[in-house]
Design a protein around this ligand. Sequence first.
Ligand code: ZN
Length: 442
Amino acid sequence: MPTTAAPESAGMWAPEVETLDRDALGELQLKRLRTTVRRVLAAQPRGAERLTDAGIAAAEDIRSLEDLRAVGFMTKAELRAAYPFGLFTVPREEIVRIHASSGTHGKPTVVGYTRADLDNWTDLMARCMTTAGVRPGMLVHNANGYGLFTGGFGFHQGAERLGATIAPVSGGFTARQVMMLHDLGGDVLVSTPSYALTIAAAIREAGIDPATLPLRLGLFGGEPWTEQMRDRLDRELCFRAVNFFGLSEMCGPGVAVECVEQRHGLHVNEDHFLTEVIDPEDGRVLAPGAEGELVFTTLTKEALPLVRYRTGDIGRLSTEPCACGRTTARLEGLRGRIDDMVVIRGVNVYPSNIEHLLLSVEGIAPHYRLTVERPDVLDELTLECEAVGRGDEDGRRALAEQIVARLREHMGLRITVLVHEPDSLPRSEGKAIRLVDRRPKA
Ligand code: ZN
């Protein structure tokens, strides 16, 4: 249901769906789910097999949203196995856009959009950016890479549709980012959180006080980040940092976003994405509020509908009302992917857990890197970070001891911590590499 008109309601792009009564939302989801099921049964053999195995041979066999729980999950491995176009439900000629996720494990995952898919995605991005505080007439400086990565084009389309001015700067060339941000007078910075820190440092190096820039908002996604990182970003760039969540398999960014008023959980666009949280061990659907793996079913996609797609992302779903007035469920406690987790002497560790504790230590810069190795049979983790100022070695050693004590106290974790001089670690120009895995390949 694309909405092209400017929003009447303050801060809402599509108030009629964003404030929909939850029963009515369920009705809408059910209706759209049947359309998705019909499409999968007709044109996606892999997905259809799973539906029929669950006793769903026709769209009408879905009588309630709960009926979906009998259907087996779709995984990223299957998307890769179908590379590049194997799960598409329309002829390739009807696809007007291709994107792909980064192929950290070899081939990337290719996704496609029909004209209607692209229109829906654009509309969702306009909705999300409005939720995040972007208004017509603002200048949006987009430092996300343009290319197969969805982060560049997604924000670009959304900004245009909502009537903002888009500057498609793309990633990299940090000195030029600073010049353009300053000269064009960007109100909104779009990037990964780690790259925003790189830009913030370059702004100061250029002799510019960030407080004198018109920047009001930072729209961030593409990597997990913590509240402590948000505090640093808010302070460094004198704006409000807002969290976006998405994945190319759904559409890219545009799945969920925080409202700028509360910044407490990310409102899911539930009229397009049916969301479940499951126990990653046994696949059981968990109650609202419980932490588990996020599973999405697309409700409006034409080219690549996915039923019960396991994302590998960990989080919680809250259906508590939000003070902003939206009735949509919110994602909370996003802390990265299951694959990012390492087990160190029996303790499950996500890089975001460490970031959370690390950035609460005074005198530590928000740059860090974790290296996991297996010298013998057990995994060993080393945390490298940087001091804020150029102190002496004793000062850095004292900081390291503080971090070691904090990790031990709060996580029961014993790891090696190295505090380096400022500017020792590589800086991010896109997705930060937080975890370097030096373990021998199985
Ligand atoms: Zn809200």
